[in-house]
Design a protein around this ligand. Sequence first.
Ligand code: MG
Ligand code: MG
Length: 259
Amino acid sequence: MIYLKNEEEIELLRENNLLVSKTLAELAKYVKEGVTTLELDKIAEDFIRSHGAVPGFLGYNGFPNSLCISVNENVVHGIPSSYKLRNGDIVSIDCGTILKGFYGDSAYTFAVGEVDQEKQLLMQVTKEALLKGVEQARVGNRTGDIGWAVQRHAESFGFGVVRELIGHGLGRHMHEDPEVPNYGARGRGHLLKAGMVICIEPMINAGTKSVVFERDGWTVRTKDRKPSAHYEFAVAITNNGPDVLTDFSIIEQAIAENN
Ligand code: MG
Ligand code: MG
């Protein structure tokens, strides 16, 4: 069942995803060598609550924290811990909110200090792949057009596209229909209609596409332990083209100001 959103509902989703973007921008000040991922989680929870919202992931299917923080070979759903970030790490932070009955859900991969060329390229290509997917998020296209564009870009660099985890619709629930895979064939999948709000979230591995589910019940990591990156936008499908509800520019401004 796909719920189409009216303009008012899209604005509430924008409010949520802007708060997620602001939270990630706040975190950009603290993503440095020596900080623990649990400290980042606390900063995010306080920030979200101080804006009158509730962390969207806390307690979701029993998840214990406000952020999913996935370092290096961890792909997604990493649990915040006493791990201290190290120079050269890449850290994917996925953040959710609940405000006025709707969800926000966006993710960004940060570099800690100086990261090697492989990680730099992986981050750049994953973000580009996201933007290629967004270009396809148009009325009359299908979810397969999005997945095709993401997959084609990532694989042209020899990177692996995770199959087990995918994007999704977003609204009063964090995970709504349709499914939005990061791979696929043009012209296949769900037809995109005005009023759909979807999360496009490529999870791209430097090596193999294969992943392993860790015994903590949450963390997903690459099978070959090579690094993985994750960027996520919430996007409204409109008659005027894709309307991105997430704002990476404020995150990137914060990164530039704090490095
Ligand atoms: Mg997410
Ligand atoms: Mg998501």
